[in-house]
Design a protein around this ligand. Sequence first.
Ligand code: G3I
Ligand code: 9MR
Length: 593
Amino acid sequence: MIKKLNINLVNEMRYTYILTFSLLIILWSCKAPMVDESLPVDESIRLNQLGFYPDQDKRAVILNHGEAEDFAVWDLDNKDIVYQGELSKEVTGTLSGHTSRVADFSAFSQVGNYVLVLNGVGKSHPFEIHPQIHKKLGKASIKAFYYQRSGMELDKTHAGIWARQLGHPDDQVMVHPSASSDSRKVGELLSSPKGWYDAGDYNKYIVNSGITVGTLLSLFEDHPGYFQKLDLNIPESGDQVPDLLDEIRWNLDWMITMQDPGDGGVYHKLTTARFEGMVEPHLAVSQRYVVAKSTTATLDFAAVMAQASRIYKAYLPEESVMYLKAAEKAWSWAKQNPDVLYKQNEMNMVFDPDVVTGTYGDHNPADERIWAASELFITTHNLIYWDELIDADQSFKLPSWNQVAWLGYYSLLRHQDNITLLPQEWMAMLKINLLAAARNQLEGIDATGFHTPMETEVGNFIWGSNAVAANQGMLLLYAYRQTNEPVFLEGALDNLDYLLGRNATGYSYVTGFGSKTPLHPHHRLAESRPDLPPLPGFLVGGPNPGQQDGCTYISSFADESYTDENCSYASNEIAINWNAPFAYLTNSLEAIK
Ligand code: G3I
Ligand code: 9MR
């Protein structure tokens, strides 16, 4: 009896199993189209190769889309199709005349790892949806400055495989004939250590240091809480000073030595006479010089020191006092020498040795004066600086090394509640101009091939165009802070998506971040160690139709004028003034989100 019951039970269970199994098969086959795991990565699908914030827009752009009408998002962890959508209608506008279509999956917000699939065409590079999607990248973009440190041995603890010997102690720097003064004679040796290498070369230039440090200090001033906690694993980590400020200090320590203690003027650069070869720092031992003072370098120095003085006050009170004195002394020199421009060719006709390294020559110091006056005013509240601003040009100009007025204006807007001494209408005009420029940046995005502010103007594609994209992103973030309008935040993200892969070449333009990234940047620190991957966290210059390096490019169109070759200093070099706005964009987004 018991046996019979058991047999019945076993039979019943068998039927249930078969039923459930068949049901599962039916359900499975009724599901959305299956994804073919063997689909190849298709380079014509362009998207941010890191990924997206859950609650922000998510777009891929598809070139050469053939007949495809639909796309799907495939979950890489549980192999499920999690989202399906239709491609937009064709957009006519890439700069090289390609048509594109947009796959918009903004409505999908589930955290995870994915690829975007175009049936019958291929899949995208993998990406992630995560609330801190750019956090690691943001840290790396600042850590890059540590890798650029001159005059320091980098140890394994902080530099890992990129540890290196000390180079460029800069304790025997010669006064070039163009730089002599009463207190410093030609041929004299002075000490001017530390600082960051400017770029792919090993020289140190005050003008470019100026905008770089100003941008990074503003990043701190805009998000002090975020940076209190951010650990960069640099030698100073764990001290009382936030790591970002410790890193910036490495360059401030150098900048301060570039001021002539006699008259307060600041040398334009510290450089070899010609560019060094592609060798490691300790093997690049040609004589280095301090070269000619200039008004632009001196005013940039004054701006940075004034800003540093108020920021470091809480951490390093003695340095804070020293920075302000240096700034005021530099300001006085510039008042007496309002038009000492750096003209390398003319200089070389008069003095030897000829100096043929980077020029950062700029024929108009008006914007540098605005920046310095703004920072000095915010720090001191002294109305003599307001006198310089009262009639100044308030129109918006996107910051670059030779256009720094808006570094000062951004600062004034940041401190608007503490500087009530300035007339309200004047401050209001700054805000109006900022917002008008930001709205202008967003105009026409829908008609661009990759849906980015960057592509709305072909003129954005200059030497260092990627920094134009980053600086536009900064402008949009400032507009967002002023208004809280989400459209500005989305615009900033569009340009970040551009930099990380949604663009005409399909590169994520940051070393070590993304699936297709620069492997051969024009960067002496990287090129001299071909056994290692390029140092990570560096934004390369990007598409530049000027193609001044004479390397071979596959296209002459503005947005395609990029080549991942060592020789390409006009499109594939790295530089501190490009990493700084990029660090601003990525870290500020992380701080806001
Ligand atoms: O001023 C003109 C402008 O009127 C014109 O509309 C525009 C069209 O392209 O060109 C402008 O001049 C450009 C200038 O930068 C200012 O933007 C030049 O064509 C361009 O050749 C020049 O490029 C500079 C480059 O050095 C060569 O001097 C880059 O901005 C600058 O970032 C770069 O900096 C070098 C340093 O000298 C040395 N260290 C590496 C660093 C990065 O490559
Ligand atoms: O390496 C130099 C790079 O940092 C500069 O941006 C660039 C333009 O000034 O010049 C590079 O040096 C090149 C020099 O100008 C011409 N000869 C080849 C050098 C690089 O290999």
